[in-house]
Design a protein around this ligand. Structure first.
Ligand code: S3P
Length: 453
């Protein structure tokens, strides 16, 4: 590999932002393209021959890093209009070795999926990221890739970034039982297994989002997913398929829609419509939970777009009550707990969210960041083992205070949403990370009537 130097990761200067109590939120919102599908669309484009046209791509920083990595591995990736991209693939088995470090910024998904891609090819690549990403565990990905024949040439303490990975030219077919419900882990193994001469099997005890499986099938791979135990899945992929370029339409991201949804539930008098939200059942845990809390949400116009179920949602302000959220629901709403905690702060009674251990290893330690943010805004909460318990105010909590976001976009957006309906404004220490997943958050929310600044 050409010699590479580890980038310095200069963080953008933090930008403080305040959200204040806003009048009723009104109007329609089309959330940006789904982040998970956007990463995968670019990666599939890299791995197949021919031109993959992607529409509705999320143009957030995380996804743009994946686009850069695809270029570094040999794809031509072009933006032809807003959300419209074309990828001309290098093709499975013929990736080129990157000449510089692959810097994924804040993006865990891009890093882990690309580790799978590179780990299944005979190339060496250096993976790096920002201060948040450098703290996140990569051992869970490197372990199965090593079983497949990849070698970890260098890593920071505890299997963290920067990591130099030498991929396996002929990855061994493996059967792997994932120790955590993680779509990133499952996807890394499947993407490495694509270039294996045999059959790769992944077994998960709790089903995680299935976008990789759906997309692999759509691009022509032979992949079968069947139920395993009470909540799990067994996925079997035949290696070395002929992947054919296909157009991808990216549906609206339920994890971004979540912020507008909760804002409209909390700000008195609000009524909004969220358009084109993906309704994949492995992503709708928040909707299910909010409905249990008594939320006034109506599902309108269910339809299929780009191979995924989507719907418009009408959301109206109303009182919420505390609920007990079972651990088994966590994979279907793993990124939505921070904003659910904000909704719970306004509900009457207690909300207990069970089995949130994985939140400790997201863009920040989200259990701690949420509990600290709630304390800073006058909301009572506690952490018991892996459970978060929020004691709702039965109306608007005090707010006020300055919330530390720890380079975490979802902590930033969640507490801004609180500030739109709490008694006093809520400030966050840094809004810059919002650009990783929802670059239009501020103008989109302002168009509904949200007040920031
Ligand atoms: C993602 C999977 C989830 C989620 C992340 C996106 C994906 O992570 O938190 O934002 O696109 O596969 P885990 O799979 O590690 O739970």
């Amino acid at each position: 590999m050409a010699s590479v130097s580890v980038p310095q990761n200069p963080a953008a200067a933090p930008q403080k932002l305040t959200a204040r109590r806003s009048g009723p939120l009104r109007g329609r919102l089309r959330p940006p393209g789904d982040k998970s599908i956007s990463h995968r669309a670019l990666i599939m484009g890299l791995l197949c021959l021919g031109e993959t046209a992607v529409s509705g791509l999320l143009e957030g920083e995380d996804v743009l890093r994946t686009a850069d990595a695809c270029r570094a591995l040999g794809a031509r990736v072009e933006r032809v209009g807003p959300g419209d991209w074309r990828v001309r693939g290098a093709g499975l088995g013929t990736l080129i070795e990157p000449r510089h470090a692959l810097d994924f910024g804040n993006a865990g998904t891009g890093t882990r999926l690309m580790m799978g891609v590179a780990g299944g090819h005979g190339i060496t690549a250096l993976f790096d990221g920002d201060a948040s990403l450098r703290k996140r565990p990569m051992r869970r990905i490197l372990d199965p890739l090593t079983l497949m024949g990849a070698q970890v040439i260098a890593e920071a303490e505890g299997g963290r970034l920067p990591v130099t990975l030498k991929g396996a030219g002929e990855p061994a077919p493996i059967e792997y039982r994932t120790p955590v419900a993680s779509a990133q882990l499952k996807s890394a193994i499947l993407l490495a297994g694509l270039n294996s001469p045999g059959r790769t099997t992944v077994i998960e005890t709790e089903a995680s989002r299935d976008h990789t499986e759906k997309m692999l099938a759509y691009f022509g791979a032979s992949i079968v997913s069947s139920p395993e135990g009470a909540h799990g899945r067994k996925i079997v992929l035949e290696g070395r398929p002929q992947l054919r370029a296909r157009p991808v339409i990216v549906p609206a991201d339920p994890s971004s829609a979540a912020f507008a949804m909760v804002a409209a539930l909390l700000a008195p008098g609000s009524e909004i419509v969220i358009e084109g939200m993906m309704m994949n059942p492995l992503r709708t845990g928040l909707l299910e939970t909010l409905l249990e809390m008594g939320a006034d949400i109506t599902v309108l116009e269910r339809r299929v777009e780009g191979g995924e179920d989507v719907a418009d949602l009408r959301v109206r302000h109303g009182a919420l009550k505390g609920v007990d959220v079972p651990a088994a629901r966590a994979p279907s709403m793993i990124d939505e707990y921070p904003v659910l905690a904000v909704a719970a702060a306004f509900a009457s009674g207690e909300t207990r969210m069970r089995g949130l251990g994985e939140l400790r290893v997201k863009e920040s330690d989200r259990l701690m960041a949420v509990a600290d943010g709630l304390a800073a805004t006058g909301v009572q909460s506690s952490v018991a083992g892996d459970d978060l318990i929020v004691r709702g105010a039965g109306g608007a909590p005090a707010g006020g205070g300055l919330v530390a976001t720890h380079l975490d976009h979802r902590i930033a957006m969640s507490f801004l949403i609180m500030g739109l309906a709490s008694q006093n404004p809520v400030a966050i220490d840094d809004e810059t990370m919002i650009a990783t997943s929802f670059p239009t958050f501020r103008p989109a929310m302002a168009a509904l009537g949200a007040q920031f600044g």
